[in-house]
Design a protein around this ligand. Structure first.
Ligand SMILES: [Zn+2]
Ligand SMILES: [Zn+2]
Length: 142
């Protein structure tokens, strides 16, 4: 079972440090076209919630990638740091930032309907299509 831990990670060059108070140890993989176009493959992430502090924020470039999220990367070394939901400021950070010191475990895969046929993870995880993801996060007060 995944749990929430305090953890910090950094980009390759070390200019940026991201500290999360409640980092979920369950890793999610996103197969959407935007993630694959951004990073060359599925984006492996951990949900860091909203209690996130970023040291060296002046080195973060933020790209407005969709109506509902933006993506941050290091201006100096290009490390992909996170995507951030515009609605609540929630950070979903790259799992790789945190090194190998935390017991992360593969937990879920999203946008499986956009996963190309040339790769496949063998992990047995919860899977959601893009439509299911949007349904889950859809505002309930509209
Ligand atoms: Zn960097
Ligand atoms: Zn994605």
């Amino acid at each position: 079972m995944s749990k929430k831990v305090e953890a910090s990670g950094s980009c390759l060059c070390g200019a940026i440090k991201l500290v999360g108070k409640t980092v979920d140890t369950g890793v999610g993989a996103c197969h959407c076209r935007t993630c694959r176009g951004w990073g060359g493959g599925p984006f492996l992430t951990v949900d860091c919630g909203t209690e996130v502090t970023i040291e060296g924020e002046e080195n973060v470039s933020v790209f407005d990638s969709s109506e509902w999220a933006e993506r941050g990367f290091c201006k100096l070394c290009g490390t992909h740091l996170f995507y951030r939901l515009k609605s609540n400021g929630q950070y979903i950070a790259a799992a790789g930032l945190f090194g190998d010191v935390i017991d992360f475990e593969m937990d879920h895969q999203v946008f499986v309907d956009q996963r190309p046929s040339y790769y496949c993870f063998s992990n047995k995880t919860h899977e959601m299509t893009g439509a299911e993801v949007f349904e889950m996060f859809a505002p309930t007060d509209e």
